[in-house]
Design a binder for this molecule. Structure first.
Ligand code: FAD
Ligand code: SF4
Ligand code: SF4
Length: 393
C-alpha cells in the first residue's frame, strides 16, 4: 500500500506538509508531492480538506496463511563459529513451539558446518535447514537474503527469529521485504497468542518509555529480531539428533554485489560484555576517562570487565563497544556495578536483568537506586578504593 496525491484535486493548502510526522511531503508548483520517507501512516489523508490524498491499494496476491508452519531460528555463524545468540533463540523458540505446537528448526548458511549442525541439534533444533555453499561462508546482504529468502519461500516457516546483531539487523529487514512481510526489531519478549496462535512481539518504544506489543496478522512468516543476551540459552543435550535438510540455493554469482576482501576484528568483537559474569560500569560520575583505570582494578579483582554508559562513550572516554543500554549491549552478568551512572531508562534497559546490581552514586535520589539491590551513596573515588582495601588489593 502506498499513499498518492491526486494532482487535479490538490489546492496547494500545505496542510498535509505540516501534518506529516516524517517530513515526507514537499510542495512543487503548488502541488503536494510525497517522497520516499513516506511510511504510509495515513495522517495526511485524514488532514487533507479536499480528499486529494488517497491510499493506492495494490495488495499483493492473498497469502494462504495455513501453508505456513514451524518456527525457524537463524543460526548465525562467523568464521565457522556459531554465535551465542542462536542458542538463545533456540531457548526462546523451544517455549514458543510448545505453545504453538509445531517444530523448532534452525537455518544455517556456509560450508563445512557439520559441527554447527550437531550443536543446533544438541540445543533442541528438530530440523536443520543447511544451505551449504562456499559463497555463504562470509555474510553478504545479497547472498544471505536471497538464499534464506528462497528457503523461506520453499519451506514456508510461520515464524522466523534472528539475533539483533549487526548481521541480523541487516538481514532481517531485507528478508522481510523479500518475503513481503513485516519485521519487529529488538524484541525483548515473545509469546504465542492463545486464540490466534500468532506471535506477540514486545519491544521498547518511544525511547524506552513504554513497551509495545506488535502482531503480524496478515502476512507470513512473522519475523522478529531479538537482542543478544536477553533470552535464556537452550539447554545442551549431548547426542540429540534431528532431521537435516540440505537446501539447494538458486543463488547466482552475479547476485552478490559485494565482495568481502578481508575481515578485521574490531574492539567490539574482543569485548564480550554479553558473556561477562561481572561488569563494572562507569558513567559521567567518573569525571574523566582516567576514571576507567580505577574501574578496571575493581573489575580485575572480580575477574570481570569494564563497561560504560552512553554519556561516557559520547564524551569519548571509552569505545562504543563497551556501551550498555538500549543503543549499546544488553547484559545479564551475575554482578553489575553501576559507578557514577544515574540510571536513565535507556541505560537500565540494557542491564536491569543483571543478577545483583550494586550502585555507587553521590546522589541518593538517582534513579539507579530504584533498580539496585545494593545502593551505596557516596563518591566512587572513595568507595571503590575502600572495597579494594577490604579485598586487600
Ligand atoms: P548522568 O546522567 O550525567 O549521571 C551521572 C551520575 O553520576 C549522576 O547520577 C551523579 O549523581 C553521579 N555522580 C557524579 N559524580 C559522582 C561521583 N564522584 N561518584 C559517584 N557518583 C557520581 N544511555 C546509556 O547508558 N545507554 C544507552 O544505550 C543509551 N541509549 C539511548 C538512546 C536514546 C534514544 C536516548 C535518547 C538516550 C540514550 N542514552 C543511553 C542516554 C541516557 O538517556 C542518559 O543520558 C545516559 O545513560 C546518562 O549517562 P550517565 O548516567 O553516565 O550520566
Ligand atoms: Fe494538496 Fe490536500 Fe496537501 Fe492541501 S492538504 S496541499 S490540498 S494534498
Ligand atoms: Fe507523511 Fe504519513 Fe502522509 Fe506518508 S502517509 S506522506 S508518512 S503523513
Amino acid at each position: 500500500m502506498s499513499v498518492v496525491v491526486i494532482e487535479r484535486d490538490c489546492r496547494g493548502c500545505t496542510k498535509c506538509v505540516k501534518s506529516c510526522p516524517f517530513d515526507a511531503i514537499t510542495m512543487e508548483n503548488k502541488k503536494a508531492v510525497i517522497g520516499i520517507a513516506c511510511t504510509s501512516c495515513g495522517t495526511c489523508i485524514e488532514v487533507c480538506p479536499f480528499d486529494a490524498i488517497v491510499k493506492d491499494e495494490i495488495e499483493k496476491e492473498e497469502n494462504d496463511l495455513t501453508l505456513y508452519h514451524d518456527i525457524w531460528v537463524f543460526a548465525e555463524q562467523r568464521q565457522g563459529q556459531l554465535q551465542d545468540v542462536a542458542l538463545e533463540l533456540l531457548g526462546e523458540g523451544k517455549k514458543l513451539v510448545n505453545a504453538r505446537g509445531c517444530d523448532l528448526c534452525a537455518v544455517v548458511c556456509g560450508s563445512n558446518l557439520s559441527h554447527i549442525v550437531d550443536e543446533l541439534f544438541a540445543h533442541g533444533a528438530q530440523k536443520v535447514y543447511y544451505i551449504e555453499d562456499d559463497r555463504l561462508n562470509q555474510y553478504t546482504t545479497d547472498g544471505y537474503s536471497i538464499a534464506i529468502g528462497d528457503a523461506i519461500e520453499q519451506y514456508k516457516p510461520e515464524i522466523v527469529l534472528l539475533g539483533a546483531t549487526h548481521i541480523g539487523r541487516d538481514l532481517g529487514p531485507c528478508l522481510a521485504v523479500n518475503c513481503n512481510t513485516g519485521l519487529t526489531a529488538d524484541c525483548t519478549k515473545l509469546e504465542i497468542n492463545e486464540e490466534t496462535k500468532g506471535i506477540m512481539q514486545t519491544r521498547p518504544a518511544f525511547g524506552g518509555n513504554l513497551m509495545a506489543t506488535i502482531v503480524c496478522p496478515n502476512h507470513r512468516p512473522q519475523m522478529s529480531t531479538v537482542r543478544p543476551g536477553v533470552m535464556e540459552r537452550a539447554e545442551r543435550v549431548e547426542g540429540s539428533k534431528g532431521e537435516l535438510i540440505k537446501v539447494q540455493t538458486k543463488l547466482k554469482d552475479e547476485d552478490i554485489r559485494t565482495k568481502v576482501l578481508e575481515v578485521i576484528k574490531t574492539v567490539k568483537e574482543k569485548v564480550s560484555l554479553t558473556d561477562a559474569k561481572v561488569i563494572v560500569s562507569g558513567g559521567m560520575g567518573l569525571g574523566n576517562a582516567e576514571g576507567f583505570k580505577l574501574l578496571e582494578k575493581l573489575a580485575k579483582a572480580f575477574g570481570g570487565t569494564v563497561a560504560a554508559s552512553r554519556a561516557a562513550v559520547d564524551a569519548g572516554w571509552i569505545d562504543h563497544a563497551y556501551q550498555v543500554g538500549q543503543t549499546g549491549t544488553t547484559v545479564k552478568p551475575n554482578i553489575y556495578f553501576a559507578c557514577g551512572i544515574s540510571g536513565a531508562i535507556q541505560h537500565a534497559a540494557g542491564m536491569q536483568n543483571s543478577g545483583l546490581i550494586i550502585a555507587i552514586n553521590t546522589n541518593e535520589n538517582a534513579p539507579i537506586f530504584d533498580i539496585a539491590d545494593i545502593g551505596i551513596t557516596g563518591d566512587l573515588y572513595k568507595v571503590i578504593p575502600e572495597i579494594l582495601d577490604e579485598m586487600n588489593l
